[in-house]
Design a binder for this molecule. Structure first.
Ligand SMILES: Cc1ncc(COP(=O)(O)O)c(C=O)c1O
Length: 359
């Protein structure tokens, strides 16, 4: 799919029209020479933290909201469009930003533990926030009850699941379209693969589809935390399983289940070889700190998980990409995230020290 860099919001939604996407083209930067450990090949960062909502989630969820609005304008032009989401993290922010971008209503139900920084951001996008329940599941149940009471005669509701929707994956696949264009024909030939973190599997599905669409033959290295081993356990069981409890510091990866499609893609080795590694929460924190030292930017542990392969877990790069040559290129998806602040980094430092003192 093609992308467009949007700078202005759509003020008057009139049918029929193709709307611009709310997400932007992010930069792709080579970091080979500024990493603390010399990597075996060229390393590029795809900087999704630059998205207006703070993470890659805006690609997929923005695409879903865009398509839903186009559809509503076409088929129910007199109804009010209303976006609903139940994520207290980056997916909720992406839904709220998309609604703000298109100037439509948005309600986000979040658990009472939702971080104040996220609540403030949601408010700044004009979303109505409802604090409900102690977990995402409880918040989501409340959202579903709300949806059941919507007057469908006058409202077109747009429900945004955080990851489980093929339209969301299609939106995420735009990330690979951009990477291949930004690399250019010549360098694309050296692209050996991409590295990303795995939560529910939306990002992975999008990258897999994007690599297929762009005829990239290579590898995807997925990382999840040992504290939220959603894909690991489903692969072991050879079916999608629901974890009883997930308690990872990488809160954005703490999904209790994955998509069926992720399992299928993982097992299909015909063009793209997918690999999976588990790292400890503490290693994700170490990577957040190393990235901050290197580039003076703040990302969530959910993103640190992927970054670890070029900072504190570089052995995983050697292990999973085989014989890398200096000309080869590996792209790390710096997926971003708005749930971590500068002051959280000091807390991470203390957590790392504490965990090391236990050894
Ligand atoms: C910053 C960040 N990275 C990675 C993920 C994982 O994405 P997915 O659930 O699509 O696998 C999330 C999910 O919320 C996220 O917020």
């Amino acid at each position: 799919m093609s992308t467009s860099t949007a700078t202005t919001s759509v003020v008057n939604l009139q049918p029929p029209q193709k709307l611009v996407q709310p997400y932007i083209q992010t930069s792709l930067t080579e970091v080979t020479d500024i990493l603390p450990i010399k990597p075996p090949c060229r390393i590029f960062f795809k900087n999704e933290l630059e998205q207006p909502s703070g993470s890659f989630k805006l690609r997929g969820i923005g695409h879903l909201v865009q398509k839903s609005i186009e559809n509503a304008l076409q088929n129910h032009p007199n109804k009010t469009i209303h976006v609903f989401a139940s994520s207290g993290g980056n997916a909720g922010l992406a839904a709220a930003y998309s609604a703000y971008f298109y100037k439509v209503k948005c309600t986000v139900v979040v658990p009472v533990i939702c971080k104040p920084v996220v609540q403030e951001k949601l408010k700044s996008y004009g979303a109505d926030i409802i604090l409900f329940g102690n977990t995402i599941n409880e918040a989501d149940q409340h959202l579903k009850n709300l949806l059941n009471s919507v007057d469908l005669e006058s409202v077109s509701p747009v429900y945004c699941h955080p990851f489980n929707n093929p339209i969301i994956w299609e939106g995420h696949s735009s990330l690979v379209d951009e990477v291949t264009t930004q690399l250019g024909k010549q360098e694309k030939q050296h692209l050996k693969g991409m590295v990303c973190s795995f939560g529910g599997g939306g990002l992975y599905n999008g990258i897999y589809e994007g690599m297929k669409n762009n005829n990239v033959e290579g590898e995807i290295l997925l990382l999840e935390t040992a504290q939220a081993p959603t894909l690991t356990q489903s692969l072991e069981a050879d079916e999608v399983i629901t974890l009883k409890s997930v308690n990872s510091i990488a809160t954005s990866l703490a999904c209790s289940y994955t998509t069926e499609q992720s399992l299928e893609y993982f097992k299909n080795k015909s063009q793209i070889e997918s690999r999976l590694e588990l790292i400890d929460d503490v290693d994700a924190l170490r990577a957040c700190l190393a990235y901050n030292k290197c580039l003076k930017k703040v990302v969530e542990p959910a993103c640190g998980v992927a970054l670890s392969v070029v900072y504190n877990k570089i052995d995983l790069l050697y292990k999973n990409f085989g014989h890398l040559h200096p000309d080869d290129i590996v792209v790390i998806v710096v997926c971003g995230g708005s749930c971590t602040t500068e002051s959280d980094l000091s807390t991470y430092k203390q957590m790392i020290t504490k965990s090391e003192s236990k050894l």
